[in-house]
Design a protein around this ligand. Structure first.
Ligand code: PRP
Length: 183
């Protein structure tokens, strides 16, 4: 890693302006769909934090927010979708209209697990909003995002919440890291 954050980036994938358009459009859709409902946005830490912060300000409705943090048990069990809860919700979601806010939907295992445990708490509804969506042929069937910001390129991304070794999440854009940073 160099001293200058930006010089580690090989190529821009989504500019600040493109991100703003994506977030604005999704915020307008959610505003339309959830008028009169009891909306709670639940962000999945940590990658979704910039997206959550931007999206909530583009939803012109009363809403509450909450956070969960999970981690996979390890590469051997990732495909089974078993994840460990590091931080649970602080609020009761019974009767609430929940939108799970994610930065990236990949295999869908994380959200399949979250959906399963949150559904048992009897929310009025439970939908998924993901900033980026990866094309995955054998994704868990019950993980169909209602809101997708953009398709994710099949490359290792950093910025706007995406990290490499916990760094680069604070880049205001999404980019591809120079190979020299991790080889
Ligand atoms: C990423 C992302 C999703 C998950 C998606 O989180 O934020 O939570 O992976 O993968 P899946 O669809 O294959 O389950 P990560 O574990 O990198 O944690 P982070 O958000 O703290 O960076």
């Amino acid at each position: 890693m160099s001293q200058d954050l930006h010089s580690d980036i090989e190529r821009l994938v989504l500019s600040e302006e493109e991100i703003a358009t994506i977030v604005c459009d999704m915020g307008a859709k959610i505003t339309h769909d959830y008028a009169g409902k009891k909306l709670t946005l639940v962000a999945v830490l940590k990658g979704a934090t910039p997206f959550m912060a931007d999206l909530m300000r583009k939803i012109d409705l009363p809403l509450s927010i909450d956070f969960m943090e999970v981690s996979s048990y390890g590469s051997g069990t990732t495909s089974s979708g078993v994840v460990r809860i590091l931080k649970d919700l602080n609020t009761n979601i019974e009767g609430k209209d929940i939108v799970l806010v994610e930065d990236l939907l990949d295999t869908g295992n994380t959200l399949a697990y979250l959906k399963k445990i949150l559904t048992k708490r009897n929310p009025a509804s439970l939908e998924i909003a993901t900033f980026l969506n990866k094309e995955v042929p054998n994704r868990a069937k019950d993980v169909q995002p209602k809101y997708i910001g953009a398709d994710a390129p099949n490359e290792f991304l950093v910025g706007y919440g995406f990290d490499y070794d916990e760094l680069y999440r604070n880049l205001p854009y999404v980019g591809i890291l120079k190979k020299s940073c991790y080889e």
